[in-house]
Design a protein around this ligand. Structure first.
Ligand SMILES: NC(=O)c1ccc[n+]([C@@H]2O[C@H](COP(=O)([O-])OP(=O)(O)OC[C@H]3O[C@@H](n4cnc5c(N)ncnc54)[C@H](OP(=O)(O)O)[C@@H]3O)[C@@H](O)[C@H]2O)c1
Length: 292
């Protein structure tokens, strides 16, 4: 099976390539990075993509600088929604499977405060979330064979190229430098290792999982950023204190979901790739040399 991978140099994209290699390359993956096309130029990007053969198109690209998107909505909707529709249409023409990565930020405005399932209604609270929600809907309207993987709060050895790192590295850096961290305790999410998402993605593709949405997060989700930071600092043995603060004390241009933890029960019917997040964090910290 030949797969084309958009966003191959990103945090998740790199782990998809690594996971496939580690399994003996069951997929032939062709990277399609920024060097091949600027994805914000839809016509040019689709022309380049149209020259390439594939059975599966994997989209790990995104414009996900959440605060920046608030004042740059046009680019957000171009990459996260309109491009996604065009990719789904191309897959429909080719009879190819479309594997698209979305986000827990399609939620946040709902009242529910238990892990959210694939059946819960989307309720984004910022423009990035709205653009990703629209991308999901347009993809499903354009093509029957779409796998949507909603992921959350990623940490991977490459670090997000779009964000210049990840939360784990930021906490370790500031913890070491300052000895004291102030972290929001009223935003609940599901921290997730890109290594595990990549493994689950391969399983979904290779097992020919039914089309639809899947919540692809590590187990025991439903933790605050503050509790996540405390676990990072504790596991890495950094001498720092972590103070819980309210979101109101850390204003950002984009509103964040107060609750976006995801239920991964549906995914578990297909794969056992998702560990509890503290175990995934431990593996990450070892891989990065933060603990031995
Ligand atoms: N990071 C998180 O915490 C998080 C949370 C929830 C959901 N997600 C979703 O997870 C997916 C993967 O995220 P990630 O952390 O791996 O992101 P990432 O490291 O920033 O990777 C995104 C990729 O998209 C590519 N890209 C962006 N704009 C492009 C453009 N105009 N033309 C060509 N390529 C472009 C980037 O290329 P370059 O490498 O050349 O810049 C990069 O390879 C995304 O769909 C994101 O929305 C992420």
């Amino acid at each position: 099976m030949k797969a084309l991978l958009l966003g191959p140099n990103g945090q998740l994209g790199q782990d998809v390539l690594r996971a496939n290699q580690a399994r003996g390359a069951p997929l032939t993956i062709e990277p399609f990075g920024r060097d091949r096309a600027d994805l914000s130029n839809l016509d040019e990007a689709l022309a380049r993509l149209g020259e390439t053969q594939f059975d599966v198109l994997i989209n790990c690209s995104s414009y996900h600088k959440t605060d920046e998107v608030e004042s740059n909505a046009q680019l957000g909707f171009t990459i996260n929604a309109h491009l996604v529709r065009r990719l789904a249409e191309l897959c429909a023409q080719r009879n190819a499977r479309f594997v698209h990565v979305s986000t827990d930020y399609v939620f946040g405005g709902q009242d529910k405060r238990t892990p959210l399932t694939e059946e819960d209604a989307k309720a984004p609270v910022n423009i990035y979330g709205a653009s990703k929600a629209m991308g999901e809907d347009l993809a499903r309207a354009a093509h029957d064979d779409v796998l949507i993987l909603r992921v959350a709060s990623l940490f991977g050895v490459a670090g997000a190229s779009g964000k210049g790192g990840n939360f784990v590295e930021t906490m370790l850096k500031f913890g070491r430098e300052r000895g004291h961290l102030r972290v929001v305790d009223d935003q609940i999410m599901s921290p997730t290792a890109t290594e595990d998402i990549a493994a689950a993605m391969l399983d979904l593709v290779l097992e020919r999982a039914p089309a639809g949405r899947y919540h692809v997060v590590n187990d025991d989700g439903g933790v605050s950023w503050c509790a996540f930071a405390r676990e990072i600092i504790a596991q890495a043995g950094v001498n720092a204190t972590v103070e819980a603060i309210a979101s109101a004390e850390f204003p950002t241009p984009a509103k964040r979901p107060p609750y976006s933890a995801l239920d991964n029960a549906k995914l578990k019917t297909i794969t056992s790739a998702m560990r509890p997040w503290p175990a995934a964090l431990n593996a990450y910290l070892r891989a990065k040399g933060h603990i031995r």
